[in-house]
Write a protein that binds this ligand. Sequence first.
Ligand SMILES: [Zn+2]
Ligand SMILES: [Zn+2]
Length: 392
Amino acid sequence: MTTLLLDALHEQASQFVDLRRDIHHHPELAFDEHRTSALVAEKLQAWGYEVERGLGGTGLVGRLVRGDGQRRLGIRADMDALPIDEATGLGYASCHAGVMHACGHDGHTAMLLAAAHHLAHRGRFSGTLNLIFQPAEEGGGGALRMMEDGLFDKYPCDAVFAMHNMPGWPQGRLILRDGPTMASSDYATVTLTGVGGHGAMPHRAADPVVAAASIVMALQSVVSRNIDPLQMAVVTVGALHAGKANNVIPQGAVLELSVRALDREVRSTLERRIKALVTAQAESFGVTAQVDWRPGYAVLVNTPEETAFARETALALLGPERVTLQGPALPGSEDFAFMLERVPGSYLLIGNGDGDSAGACMVHNPGYDFNDDNVAIGSAYWVLLAERFLTS
Ligand SMILES: [Zn+2]
Ligand SMILES: [Zn+2]
């Protein structure tokens, strides 16, 4: 049965490969995906989906209800491109200078549309299918914006799934993982205010440079002394700005921090300890500190039951040789994490190619391209997942 399904999705793949290349040729940055979302909406409507646009700006949902099944499934694809100058030399390379689909979101959109097409025409399911096309995954938090616009209130889901391509893995291999899978990413700006003065008379000043230097060193103790050694955590001071002249003690100093974790509790410990340590350190030097904490993406945690279901689906489609049952966690971030904080579900990877193949080029590289051979496999996976999930 799954061989027939793969054959069917292979047969219709070429039109969706063309569509993928068309989207690739016309990349759009976060919250600017007007052409892409119009294209997606037009297709879904033509196939009988009820479409709502304008969720989270350029996001949209296509809903298809069939039979009397009560279950509701959500599948998410992202649509945004990156501010990168494409250097692939491909015939369908970006027509917009400085903008490029370098993360394969063109492919994610095409895979979900290919599944949408098959499910509308030949899908055997009973229940509610919600196809979520989100804007601004690359740092803009498009998932959160869609949720703030009522995504899951208007389109309740019992589970939600998403797939990302991954260079360095064999083409078409499906990689699953339960538990924490991608890191949180938070940012902080620390502004130190002292008393400026003459470099020769430090006792008449309150030196923010010395305080900043001490804070940089003290921050190294947060990961080493406050976090369980078996947990992952990163505290990086990526920028430190202070002073202009060798004989002037400046008035202030600014530090920029990047903070990552793979566990929600570790993430909150990092925030608490960093704030406490910075404040106390500054005070000990007679300097005041203001910490502007900017929460970024949450830790992405795949729920066990839904991941087990996603795994069984992968095994049913491809067999054990082409499925990794528990892949590694990744230090990158993904805003699908916000959806998983609200609804149980799982985020999986599909290999984009390994070794010397073109698909092995890393995402966010100007030479990267989504592997079109994944359109059939990725869409077949979504079809099978929907048909297995939405049974009455
Ligand atoms: Zn990316
Ligand atoms: Zn991406």
